[in-house]
Design a protein around this ligand. Structure first.
Ligand code: TRP
Ligand code: SF4
Length: 419
């Protein structure tokens, strides 16, 4: 990865590295060579970490099925800060994944107290954006999906309040619906495998969602009847809660295998093939046969005011439904990485890596790596001043929004009558 387009590569933040190693998240570099057509959000260092992305890279390379799912909480209008994860989902669908998008209205209502009508209206805005980006697949509202509720209930048998307390800090005052929305998100992440059959599932999220991913991975494992492990000399199929008959079927499925109390040892054969057969047996006996879900973690686009891009600070965001004149005003007022005077900037250069205008280009506005590299170079060399640079970026943003709205209109029919 060339550091001309990845501003983070040379000075990786130690905080992020510590966070990753504390929670067992792998740096994305560990799988980058296995990914066919590395997308710009990985090349540019926007997606930084993953869990088990190797499963997804394999599926993409071999054309085997995989799912991609993410969710949006409809607690406000969608803005540029939500665009990255939408693009990640669309990209994975284009690479062969079956797509799922959740409108987390139970979470918005249960945790943020958003009225149901507003949840529905905001949810629709998110879905319109997704279709405009080329999303193909299933979408649902948590509150309208009975199969999801049943799955959430089942998943709830594998978690207790002390775990919720440890993970989320829940206490005696926590509303029960808050806990329900947590287990609903677990069900969201497992839902594609119940809806369309077990397959590796990638869940692209921001790092703040990792507690849900960890909880779900634990529950997916607990809901399995079997574990399958390569022991070098043989493959061990262990029963966790498998019915005796299912255990017998595993033994029969592999001639020459040895059956013991609680496990069957298979010699010869590949682990993934044994795992597939065991999954089918598990499903026939009423189990789920889940693959433990995979995840990726992206950085957040900085807000126009220099801090986070957040609906609670309207000047920090660019709304995907906001009128052009409002967007223009916010951009003109935006913070940059410029110096106090033009003379100083010509002498020292600007600071693109702490400039929200540069990050707009890096995240969304400039597709060509060479063009982006050139913007960064000219800024660093003091060859371009912020006034000019901003002007160029503003015209890209306004053109982008105009095209985006045309796409929303063209794809509006995909939304109606579906939910
Ligand atoms: N909790 C997520 C948010 O706050 C939304 C969400 C709900 C979600 N279900 C999900 C995200 C499943 C990823 C996967 O934005
Ligand atoms: Fe940001 Fe452009 Fe100014 Fe550099 S020249 S600091 S990229 S606005």
């Amino acid at each position: 990865m060339g550091d001309r387009i990845n501003p983070w590569s040379s000075e990786e933040s130690p905080d992020l590295a510590r966070l990753f190693s504390e929670f067992g998240i792998e740096p994305i570099e560990s799988v980058v060579n296995d990914i066919p057509n590395v997308p710009y959000f990985i090349r540019r260092g926007i997606v930084v970490g993953h869990r088990d992305y190797g499963l997804i890279a394999d599926a993409m390379r071999t054309g085997r099925p995989f799912h991609v799912l993410t969710g949006f909480m409809p607690s406000g209008h969608p803005h540029l800060g939500h665009l990255m994860v939408m693009k990640e989902v669309v990209w994975h669908v284009q690479q062969g994944g079956s797509g799922y998008v959740v409108v987390a209205d139970r979470e918005a209502h249960g945790v943020r107290e958003i009225p149901w009508g507003a949840c529905a209206a905001f949810g629709e805005e998110y879905l319109r954006c997704l279709y405009a980006l080329g999303f193909v697949g299933e979408t649902y509202y948590q509150s309208r999906n009975a199969k999801l509720a049943a799955l959430a209930f089942e998943a709830g048998t594998k978690v207790n309040f002390s775990e919720l307390q440890a993970i989320y800090g829940f206490g005696a005052e926590t509303a029960l619906s808050h806990a329900v929305s947590t287990i609903t998100q677990v069900a969201d992440i497992l839902y594609p495998q119940v809806d369309a059959g077990p397959a590796p599932t990638i869940v692209p999220v921001g790092i703040d969602q990792d507690p849900h991913i960890r909880l779900t991975r634990g529950i997916a494992h607990k809901l399995r009847m079997f574990t399958v492990e390569d022991r070098g000399t043989h493959i061990s199929v262990r029963s966790k809660e498998a019915p005796v008959a299912a255990m017998g079927e595993v033994h029969q499925a592999f001639p020459g295998s040895a059956k013991y109390e609680g496990h069957v040892d298979v010699s010869g054969g590949r682990c993934t093939e044994v795992a597939t057969v065991v999954r089918e047996i598990e499903r026939r006996h009423g189990g789920y046969g889940f693959f433990t879900p995979s995840s990726t973690y992206h950085r957040f686009i900085p807000g126009l005011t220099g801090g986070k891009m957040s609906s609670s600070v309207p000047e920090s965001t660019i709304g995907l439904f906001e009128p052009a004149d409002v967007v223009l005003k916010k951009l003109m007022a935006a913070f940059t990485g410029g110096r106090a005077t033009s003379a100083e900037q010509r002498a020292l250069g600007g600071e693109p890596d702490s400039c929200p205008i540069f990050f707009l280009n890096l995240f969304h506005m400039v597709e060509d790596d060479a063009v982006l590299g050139e913007i960064r170079r000219r800024c660093l060399a003091g060859e371009i001043l912020c006034g000019q640079c901003k002007k160029e970026t503003v015209s890209l943003v306004l053109a982008f929004l105009e095209r985006f709205r045309e796409k929303m209109d063209e794809t509006a029919h995909l939304l109606s009558g579906r939910e």
